[in-house]
Design a protein around this ligand. Structure first.
Ligand code: DX5
Ligand code: ZN
Length: 219
């Protein structure tokens, strides 16, 4: 799945920009919520992205919470239309009870994802695997779009791949373009978040087409 992150959209015309990438071939949308504590940037939250739900009633909204208190705010996210809510293992509210956090989010009726910063070892998520639908591998330091892909993070996907059940997905986020997507795909990734390489492209249809090309190969 090709999943553009609205962090790189033009917020003065958010719905139009989203319609544009979806009609250019994107599968659904990634929504980066940041609180300026867990990551060194502040983006937006439910009061902003809730406006997408009525415009795109059928589109899966994949919400990536880069915030200290993901369980506290998850109900707001689901009310605003989140279909998946991903939390960070480093978030102080949840780090002592990751399974409890996953269960609390699942109770809201959405899918649950877990993610980790580049410096955090994959061992942190392994005990929680049975409680999540998705593991998101950060291939940049979370906080900003447009950073360079960290290839060493692919080792995490290689470790995860044989452990994932058929309904579970591996997602990658940060620095994905027409070159790096192939490396991630070969390492076992299913969902590819793309910020600048899609929203920033002059021809978004061509950009999504060239992102998909390596995914036609067997892995
Ligand atoms: C980074 C965000 C990413 C970011 C990706 O903290 O989680 O989703 O928007 O942007 P690109 O694809 O430009 O690296
Ligand atoms: Zn993200």
């Amino acid at each position: 799945m090709i999943v553009p992150s609205i962090l790189s959209a033009d917020f003065s015309r958010l719905a139009e920009d989203c319609r544009d990438v979806l009609s250019a071939g994107a599968d659904f949308l990634h929504i980066d919520v940041m609180d300026g504590h867990l990551v060194p940037n502040i983006s937006f939250a439910a009061p902003v992205f809730k406006w997408l739900r009525p415009v795109f009633p059928e589109v899966f909204l994949d919400v990536h919470l880069m915030i200290d208190e993901p369980v506290r705010y998850a109900p707001d996210m689901v009310k605003a239309g989140a279909n998946n809510v991903t939390f960070h293992v480093e978030a102080p509210e949840v780090s002592a009870d990751l399974i409890g956090a996953a269960q609390a989010i699942r109770k809201l009726g959405c899918h649950v994802g877990i993610t980790l910063k580049p410096a955090t070892p994959i061992d942190r998520v392994l005990p929680v695997l049975d409680y999540v639908d998705l593991v998101l591998i950060m291939s940049v330091e979370p906080g900003f779009g447009g950073q360079k892909f960290m290839q060493d993070q692919l080792e995490k996907a290689r470790i995860l791949r044989p452990l994932m059940k058929t309904h579970q997905r591996i997602e990658i986020d940060g620095g994905i373009d027409a070159t790096t997507i192939d490396l991630a795909y070969q390492a076992g990734v299913d969902w590819f978040v793309t910020g600048s390489s899609v929203f920033g492209a002059k021809d978004r249809r061509a950009a999504i087409h060239s992102l998909r090309t390596p995914l036609q190969q067997p892995r």
